[in-house]
Design a binder for this molecule. Structure first.
Ligand code: AHM
Ligand code: MG
Length: 356
């Protein structure tokens, strides 16, 4: 895979030719649907929060920030100290920036209204999962931050703000994630392709390393928690069986990878090709992942990278949200694999595309 950065050590002169995230945002501002100063600042604010969260994660083993806080979030999940730190840093960065008027976070029961204090034409709502896969932090596995950005109409007032911000994912103006893995990456879209930046810890800047990302269409990887197979529908089980069948001509077979950290699983599949699934299960008819700050932003990204995202029955980005913490089944990744899953779930097996 060829990326913009050469093998040169991070501190060498080779960096002079590499674009930082900040330069990229300024240079490409005219190509963003929202070409305003506020939008550029908003992206900058999220990236600054990402650096602070990264700093805390990298030092988690030495600071007292591992483990649980003793509280649960609105979804009855035990909160980790790092969840709280990430949530606080994102909210703080967006408040300080002054261009965001509403946030919705996995860690907060309701959307929170912020008073924008900048003199900007546009106002934004940002939905985020501050630290996705946080149960992985105690075992030193990778985690991520996911964010989704909408523009708000100028004339909304406090009472109707919640309803107007719950818009289908197709109306997002930007979305992205930060993967805190063996390196830290900031990957985002503004509806004009997907670009990935890697944090150079030496200079504290995100550098463009993965320009114009496109998801390979091969069936390289599949990711699902197969321990739940007894709770899956017979159609889904039949699909999984198809997925694991060797290619009759080449003998090639798919590999399974499941970290249990959506950002990490998604990021790997984006680079290698593959399919991530969190389906409906017997006791969870809507699966586990949340629409507004997990499924929607990743669906926007994957479509921009030439992939597909589906509930198994419809395009994720067309769902009309009913609540900020609403869940949805999710099949996301290389388009032919998602189409194959849809064909099985909708009893159209004869339409399953051939996937090399
Ligand atoms: P979280 O947002 O509370 O961390 O939950 C979402 C995570 C995903 O990152 C991951 O893919 C999934 O939950 C794993 O769930 P399971 O353990 O059921 O496979
Ligand atoms: Mg999550």
């Amino acid at each position: 895979m060829s990326h913009a950065l050469s093998d040169a050590p991070a501190s060498s002169g080779a960096l002079a030719s590499v674009m930082t995230l900040e330069q990229f945002i300024l240079d490409r501002r005219d190509r963003f649907p929202q070409s305003t100063r506020a939008f550029a600042r908003l992206l900058r604010d999220v990236s600054v929060a990402a650096k602070i969260i990264n700093h805390n994660i990298r030092r988690a083993g030495i600071l007292d920030v591992m483990g649980e806080t003793g509280t649960v979030n609105v979804q009855d999940e035990k909160q980790k100290k790092l969840d709280e730190i990430a949530d606080r840093e994102l909210e703080r960065a967006l408040r300080r920036g002054g261009e965001c008027c509403l946030i919705g976070s996995e860690e907060q029961p309701e959307t929170v209204s912020l008073s924008p204090h900048g003199n900007f034409q546009e106002r934004f709502a940002v939905f985020f999962d501050p630290l996705d896969g946080s149960s992985n932090t105690d075992v030193n596995a990778s985690v991520g931050t996911i964010f989704s950005v909408y523009t708000l109409p100028e004339d909304i007032d406090e009472e109707d703000s919640l309803d107007v911000t719950l818009r289908p994912g197709a109306e997002q103006v930007a979305a992205g994630y930060v993967a805190y893995g063996s390196s830290t990456m900031f990957v985002f879209t503004t509806g004009n392709g997907v670009n990935g930046f890697t944090l150079d810890p030496g200079i504290g800047e995100f550098l463009l390393t993965h320009p114009d990302l496109q998801i390979p269409q091969e069936r390289a990887m599949y990711s699902i928690n197969e321990a739940d197979i007894e709770d899956f529908s017979p159609k889904l089980r039949a699909f999984l069986q198809w997925l694991k069948t060797k290619d009759p001509d080449t003998g090639a077979r798919i590999r399974a990878r499941y970290i249990g950290s959506f950002v990490s699983d998604f990021h790997r599949n984006l680079l290698t090709g593959g399919l991530y699934m969190y389906p409906a299960r017997t006791n969870y008819p809507n699966g586990k992942l949340r629409l507004m700050y997990e499924a929607n932003p990743m669906a926007f990204l994957v479509e921009q990278a030439g992939g597909r995202a589906s509930t198994g029955h419809q395009r994720v980005l067309d769902l009309q949200p009913e609540g900020v913490h609403q869940r949805t089944p999710l099949f996301i990744g290389s388009a032919p694999l998602v189409e194959a899953a849809e064909a099985y779930l909708q009893d159209r097996e004869e339409e399953v595309p051939r996937v090399a």
